[in-house]
Design a protein around this ligand. Structure first.
Ligand code: SAJ
Length: 406
């Protein structure tokens, strides 16, 4: 029996995947509303293939509850926020999940932590709890770190196919958890120690953040001197050992825009490249805002009320707005007490901004200039609707049309 704790972006697909591959699973979340939604037969976020997986898991008998259950394995996938000032990870949700697990756990239980944590968190903040609650770490209770690697937008496929890492204190426990994940994971599963597993997860996301920052810095350099960054990247990437990523309006999501800060917070005098990269990525929404004003001037648009942002999510074809560049841009406007730009996103039903639209045609009717912040499929197949508009494409996705770019 596996009890998955935290049914968010990672916990839910993981619980469903295990259940639909014959594992007996109980999914627990303290959010009663979320549990009620799942019990009603609805999923809580949009993701390709997730609903089909949900139906399969329900048929296989998955149970959703807000209570912790007695199980031989727990998978903890709760959020790990970071402190914006110290840049350090705040493991409070992982700690309280482990404390609650220990209230119901029996002997020889394995607690798998999937949540992203900074290197050393298990030693510093989790092991002491086991001792405090009268358990003998490594004897009657075992900790494992199995960081998730799936990308929003392609989660179901990646859960099945990505390689993964399992960090454990000894080979026997590592093998036990490897067997559990092998029930669905077709990729290679590497066994290592816990500290290495913690570090690899953060390093993977940091690698990507630094590389996106490099592309963003190139965009700024090229803008400064009137060069075409996309053409330059295209040609450079024809070199066999060069692979530059895409510049963009900023970096969002709960991973790449957050995890690298854990290293800056823990090693402030050593993590220099990482620190600068994060600052570069964080500066992009303001860079876009300045560029909007520049383009307005060139085009003779004087009213910011006639400008609209297309896309509020942190990237294309997902409904996730965490740390989204569009929201950062709107926040920056608010800080300067400027009137907010209009905005629209086909994936966002609720109201998150002052001048927000829920219909593409209506939104376009109200603006003269469209800023493409996210390259959702919807706009790519409807580029004809942009005719007659000034278009600022921060993602380089609108082809065959005169547009402004970063
Ligand atoms: N972005 C760019 N330029 C690029 C690529 C991305 O500006 O060339 C932006 C995106 O628009 C987005 C942000 O970066 O705002 C991050 O998007 P992403 O698609 O690169 O990654 P995430 O945050 O959705 O998922 C990442 C993945 N990590 C890596 O690729 C190393 C995923 O595998 C992890 O599981 C996930 O973080 C996580 O949960 O840690």
């Amino acid at each position: 029996m596996v009890n998955v704790i935290g049914l968010g972006y990672i916990g839910l697909p993981t619980a469903l995947m295990l259940a639909s591959h014959g594992v007996s699973v109980i999914g627990t979340d303290y959010n009663r509303e979320l549990v009620a939604t799942l019990k009603r037969g609805e999923i809580t976020f949009k993701e390709d293939g997730l609903f089909e997986l949900f139906e399969q898991a329900v048929k296989s008998g998955i149970v959703f509850t807000d209570k912790y259950q007695k199980a031989d394995t727990y998978i903890i996938s709760v959020p790990t926020p970071y402190d914006k000032f110290s840049k350090k990870v705040d493991p409070k949700y992982v700690i309280s999940a482990v404390e609650d697990v220990l209230k119901v756990a029996g002997k020889n239980t394995v607690i798998v932590i999937e949540s992203t944590i900074s290197p050393g968190t298990i030693d510093k903040s989790i092991r002491p709890i086991l001792k405090e609650k009268g358990f003998i770490d490594g004897e009657n209770i075992h900790l494992v770190h199995a960081p998730e690697r799936i990308i929003p937008g392609n989660m179901v496929y990646e859960l099945l196919h990505n390689n993964r890492t399992i960090g454990a204190d000894n080979a026997e426990i590592g093998e036990r958890i490897k067997k559990l994940y092998s029930s669905f994971c077709e990729g290679e599963i590497v066994l290592t120690d816990i500290r290495t597993a913690e570090m690899t997860k953060v390093v993977e996301n940091t690698y990507r953040a630094v590389n996106i920052a490099f592309a963003n810095e190139l965009a700024k350099i090229c803008r400064h001197d009137g060069m075409d960054v996309y053409e330059i990247i295209r040609i450079c990437n024809m070199h066999p050992r060069v692979n530059i990523l895409n510049p963009g309006p900023g970096v969002g999501g709960h991973c790449i825009s957050v995890d690298p800060w854990f290293l800056v917070g823990d090693y402030p005098s050593l993590a220099k490249v990482i620190d600068e990269s994060m600052k570069t990525n964080d500066s992009m929404p303001d860079f876009v805002l300045n560029r909007i004003y520049e383009i307005m001037k060139t085009e003779g648009i004087s009213d910011i009320g006639r400008v609209g942002l297309y896309g509020l999510t942190y990237k294309e074809n997902v409904d996730d707005m965490r740390e989204s560049p569009s929201l950062q841009l709107l926040e920056s406007q608010r800080r300067h007490l400027a009137d907010e730009i209009k905005c629209y996103d086909p994936y966002i039903e609720g109201k998150v901004a002052k001048h927000q639209y829920h219909n593409l045609a209506e939104f376009l009717h109200e603006v003269d200039m469209v800023v493409i912040m996210v390259g959702h499929r919807e706009i790519l197949v409807n580029t004809d609707m942009l005719s007659g508009k000034v278009v600022f494409d921060t993602r380089n996705v609108i082809k065959g049309k005169k547009v402004y770019r970063l």
